[in-house]
Write a protein that binds this ligand. Structure first.
Ligand SMILES: [Zn+2]
Length: 353
């Protein structure tokens, strides 16, 4: 099903050309910005009027406060305005607010039926922000359809007494990711960003689904693949090192491979160095603003995070840089300013020239 004979999209060529010239900038943390708006349950549900772009209504008996992805339907302007802020701060690539917009993740909120609308509206809103930014400063922005790991893992048992048990199968994930990616492409995403990967098997299902979606539309979009390292030994939750992770996803010929979230830029550096040493494609890093404090907030200032990300650039490790949890438009502005002085990492060889 992974078919490289499909023509690549126009945005793919444009992104590859831009990434050869300079370090591209990815945006920051949507969740962090949404938190500052202090929205209530009524805000999250638009007083119960949840509907999609086609005016299809959705109903759930579950509380929705904290279901950030739902805001693309109920508070679309707020989400779009945050994306515009990130774009004007220097982001070339804007993420859709769809990290949890799969039937698997939305089951927690009883909104499985809304996933198509969430992804279409999520991509449309990010596209509007991209166009508004371009109208202001003339720079092209790209919309990255954000695909999260879901809250289930295909290769680890959640039950310590039953190590063979799996809460989700490869095919469950493939189908759920396929629905999501179809919606993201329909809404106008330029690329697919499979991020915060803690289980490579989940990511492989997302990759497989992306190629199934590409076959439906007859063109291949760039894929960005980003793992997360959650422990000090430098392994992902499913036990892989950065080198093993690269060899597990290399068959997808991704536009970028990289790391995001987790322990912050300082702790990410050795793992990023390892990944950049083996990957024969562009490399992307978007760390958190340090480690969370006792209240779950992030204390690194824009200048602190940007100084650490600049080290990645200085050492020739990155082609795309941005921020994950705790990073605001000020963090992205500082990162963009600091990495602009450095050339992008040199490719070993282009996986998809
Ligand atoms: Zn994060």
């Amino acid at each position: 099903m992974i078919n490289f004979s499909l023509p690549i999209s126009e945005s793919y060529e444009a992104l590859q050309a831009a990434a050869r010239e300079r370090i591209l900038i990815l945006d920051g943390a949507m969740g962090t910005m949404i938190q500052t708006l202090n929205m209530t349950e009524e805000d999250f549900t638009a007083k119960g009027h949840i509907h999609g772009p086609g005016c299809r209504h959705h109903h759930s008996d579950h509380p929705q406060k904290g279901n950030n992805d739902l805001l693309v339907l109920t508070q679309p302007q707020a989400v779009e305005d945050i994306q515009l802020e990130f774009a004007l701060a220097g982001a070339d690539i804007l993420e859709t607010n769809t990290f949890s917009s799969t039937t698997i993740a939305q089951a927690d909120y009883g909104l499985e039926d809304a996933v198509h609308d969430l992804n279409v509206a999520g991509a449309q809103g990010a596209r509007r922000a991209a166009e508004r930014a371009q109208a202001i400063d003339g720079k092209r922005r790209y919309v990255a359809g954000a695909v999260g790991p879901t809250n289930r893992t295909a290769s680890i048992s959640p039950d310590v007494n039953d190590p063979g048990y799996r809460a989700v199968t490869f095919d469950d994930l493939r189908i759920a990711y396929g629905q999501q990616i179809d919606g993201l492409i329909e809404g106008g995403a330029d690329l697919i960003l499979i991020e915060t990967i803690f289980d490579t098997l989940n990511a492989k299902a997302a990759i497989f689904a992306a190629f199934e979606s590409f076959a439906k539309v007859g063109r291949r979009l760039p894929i960005m693949i980003s793992g997360t390292i959650t422990d000090a030994s430098g392994r992902m939750l499913s036990g892989q090192t950065p080198t093993a992770f690269w060899h597990s996803v290399r068959h997808a010929r991704p536009f970028t491979v990289g790391l995001n979230c987790a322990l912050g830029a300082d702790a990410m550096r050795p793992h990023l160095t390892e990944l950049a040493g083996v990957a024969d494609t562009f490399v992307c890093a978007y760390p958190n603003a340090g480690l969370p404090n006792a209240f779950g907030a992030y204390d690194e200032t824009p200048d602190q995070t940007a100084a650490l990300v600049e080290v990645f650039a200085k050492e020739g490790l990155i082609n795309v840089a941005g921020g994950c949890c705790g990073t605001t438009p000020d963090h992205i502005r500082a990162i963009a300013e600091r990495v602009a002085a450095h050339p992008p990492r040199k490719l070993k060889e282009l996986a998809d020239a």
